[in-house]
Write a protein that binds this ligand. Structure first.
Ligand code: SF4
Length: 219
């Protein structure tokens, strides 16, 4: 693993590449954001945004989601992956919001994680994006990029990746860094075809070097 100082210098480069990175899930309030994040599991933000426009016009409150049959909700979100599970979780989430939080999205990690379908990543995103609380959510892009660069170990779990990033990055930068690492993974260090040939981090990146050596062997 590289030193914390080196890791931060790499994150600084990524920050320069994507200075204006921000949440790409379209939403107007914490409730819509929570639903959008829940829908985004194993699906692209683009796919989620396509369905949330009509969805958020139709369903404006937890009561609205609970008022329809599950089959109707499934039909409204059927174009995205795992829609049956997601419809079930939305229903459960809305019920617990009404039962425990007066229909409002709570503003602590623990309360958010007590909601159906809401794990640590979703809670971190909501705390950060909706309420401006410093959080560094680890999604598939953040995890892949952190491991490829050697900021974390390959065997680290998501929580270990989060803890390491929070140690490396100053707290006041956590929210922005989360989005910058996502943009870097989504648009540059892609899962299947990372742009190593034009990457400013290539010289120091263990994954980039490994891939380069593999191409030399093939040649
Ligand atoms: Fe990703 Fe390649 Fe850049 Fe490494 S060199 S960060 S693998 S794009």
């Amino acid at each position: 693993m590289i030193s914390n100082k080196k890791a931060l210098s790499m994150i600084d480069v990524i920050a320069e590449m994507f200075p204006n990175a921000e949440c790409e899930l379209v939403h107007d309030n914490p409730f819509e954001l929570t639903i959008a994040v829940l829908l985004s599991a194993q699906t692209t933000d683009n796919a989620v945004n396509k369905i949330t426009k009509p969805l958020f016009e139709k369903y404006k409150s937890p009561e609205d989601y609970l008022a329809v049959d599950i089959a109707e909700l499934e039909n409204d979100i059927r174009t995205i992956g795992l829609y049956r599970n997601k419809a079930k979780n939305i229903k459960k989430l809305c019920q617990s919001l009404l039962d425990k939080f007066d229909g409002q999205i709570p503003q602590t990690h623990a309360e958010l994680e007590s909601l159906a379908g809401v794990g640590r990543k979703t809670a971190n995103v909501v705390m950060s994006v909706a309420f401006g609380e410093p959080s560094l959510a680890v999604d598939t892009h953040v995890e892949r990029v952190s491991k490829r660069l050697g900021i974390c170990r390959w065997k680290d779990n998501v929580r270990q990746v989060e803890d390491k990033l929070c140690k490396v990055v100053p707290r006041e930068r956590w929210n922005r860094t989360h989005h910058q690492l996502i943009f870097f993974g989504r648009y540059h260090c892609l899962a299947r075809s990372p742009k190593c040939d034009i990457c400013p981090l290539f010289e120091d990146c263990r994954e980039g070097q490994k891939r380069y050596k593999a191409t030399l062997k093939e040649a």
